[in-house]
Design a protein. Structure first.
Length: 158
């Protein structure tokens, strides 16, 4: 009995790690390591770690540039991939909520891809309209759409 409970818990932890923790951590690592130090989290890191953070950040930025290089691939990895990974985790979370609260036979479940796609578009639409700071980016939208499709393709329909 304890073995069955242990195996079930291990499967649940593995699923939580793969669906939520890994995408959020990878997205955060790319975002924090490779972006220029002008974002809000930079001020928080400077407050928490002091001036040492500036040296660490400079090392991280140069390591990213040397590993990835500059250009379109760099922009995709540093700017659009974190957004897609966070969107992936959010969609898995919403998928779990839809399945738990309204069930798989519901209207909301059958059209979950539509909900996920709308959710993928909202930040860039708000940026494009000027209601949210940042730059609307087609690559962000496209990678978030891919993340939405992945979530729908990897969840059970019945």
């Amino acid at each position: 009995m304890a073995l069955v409970v242990g195996l079930s818990m291990a499967r649940t932890l593995r699923r939580v790690f793969l669906k939520y923790i890994l995408p959020i951590t990878l997205g955060g690592a790319f975002y924090a390591s490779c972006r220029t130090p002008v974002l809000l989290y930079e001020r928080l890191a400077l407050f928490l770690f002091g001036v040492r953070w500036l040296g660490v950040k400079a090392t991280l930025n140069s390591a990213c540039l040397s590993l990835i290089g500059e250009g379109q691939v760099y922009a995709l990895i540093v700017y659009s991939l974190p957004n897609a990974l966070w969107h992936l985790a959010l969609c898995y979370f919403l998928e779990q909520g839809l399945r738990s609260f309204v069930g798989r036979a519901s209207f909301a479940w059958r059209f979950r891809l539509v909900w996920f796609l709308l959710l993928a578009q909202i930040p860039d639409l708000l940026q494009w309209a000027g209601y949210l700071s940042g730059v609307a980016d087609l690559a962000d939208v496209l990678l978030a759409v891919v993340a939405s499709v992945i979530v729908c393709a990897t969840t059970k329909n019945a």
